[in-house]
Ligand binder design. Structure first.
Ligand code: SF4
Length: 320
């Protein structure tokens, strides 16, 4: 791409220390996010994807590396630049109920960003703007003075999205945005997010353990394992030609709607335990679960390298 990336993530590290134990939750992660893109981050629970997303946008301090937003160091923004950044970069979390203050009504919740950033000049303008935001996310204005507990999970997530949109963001970090919702509601929220991508010109970092959802919405996908990127490429290519044995196993576990195809395909069952991020083994972190493991894998950590144009994988199978 010729464009300047919106985010440039370079060798990012985030460690957590408890006593003498250091957990390397994010351990040298590098990728870019371009304007208008949806970048998916997938991996099993504990792979570091949530910590990665939060460190990228500056919710967590970093322990190494760098994140640039429009060329500026996210972790060093101050004053007016920081304030502008806080408007442009918003978050949608898994549990909308936990992120909505139950003492406030919907109007107050949605207007919070408008008030903080002084984006409206009168009460009437504020009310109009809130109503407009509610309509944008499919909420009826009759819910204006109701409280979060009066809404279903899907409606609460819509309130959360309206709150984020209030400050006219450029980028949304979506961390498991549908995993707390009923299956019947999940597609509605994803469709809303994708519609907003077009109408609002948004860019997304979409973090999820749900590969079929990520496949559906992403332009590019990053697969994480034990704090590192093990594969990254355009979404379709990842599903059609996965390179890393871990990705192949994850993809083989996605159910297929066609029962004939489902019956005829081979599942790769992952055995063995994920090593502890506080006690990583020497060599490839996936070695204990990989059917292709060799002695080299146990000794030497594979580097993330290009295995096809725009397709990166960290596996010795591609570097003999
Ligand atoms: Fe498997 Fe070796 Fe590749 Fe690791 S480097 S994924 S153990 S083949």
């Amino acid at each position: 791409m010729n464009q300047q990336p919106l985010f440039q993530v370079k060798d990012l590290k985030k460690y957590f220390q408890s006593g003498k134990v250091v957990t390397k939750a994010v351990d040298g992660v590098t990728f870019d996010i371009y304007p208008g893109e949806v970048v998916g981050v997938v991996g099993e629970s504990g792979c570091g994807k949530t910590t990665c997303g939060r460190t990228v946008i500056g919710l967590y301090d970093k322990d190494g590396g760098e994140v640039l937003y429009k060329g500026k160091d996210v972790h060093r923004l101050r004053g007016a630049e920081y304030s502008a950044y806080c408007r442009e970069v918003q978050t949608i979390f898994q549990d909308p109920y936990a992120s909505l203050d139950s003492r406030n009504d919907v109007c107050t919740l949605i207007a919070e960003g408008l008030d903080i950033h002084k984006l409206v000049s009168s009460k009437a303008e504020r009310l109009e703007k809130v109503k407009e935001l509610m309509a944008k996310v499919g909420l009826h204005a009759s819910g204006l003075h109701r409280y979060p507990h009066e809404f279903s999970g899907g409606m609460r997530q819509r309130i959360g999205i309206a709150r984020a949109l209030a400050v006219d963001p450029k980028f949304l970090l979506c961390d498991e945005p549908i995993s707390a919702l009923d299956v019947s509601i999940q597609a509605q929220i994803i469709n809303l997010l994708m519609d907003l991508r077009e109408t609002e010109g948004l860019t997304y970092l979409m973090i999820s353990h749900d590969l079929s959802m990520v496949k559906h919405v992403s332009d590019r996908i990053i697969v994480m394992y034990l704090g590192k990127i093990v594969e990254s490429c355009p979404a379709e290519e990842l599903y059609e030609q996965p390179a890393h044995p871990y990705t192949k196993a994850l993809i083989s576990a996605i159910p297929i709607a066609d029962p004939e195809v489902e019956r005829s395909r081979q599942r790769i069952i992952l055995t063995g335990q994920v090593p502890s991020p506080s006690n990583k083994p020497k060599g490839c972190a996936f070695a204990g679960r990989c059917q292709y493991v060799t002695e080299r894998c146990r000794q030497e950590e594979p580097e993330l390298r290009e295995v096809a144009p725009g397709h990166l994988a960290a596996c010795h199978l591609y570097n003999r």
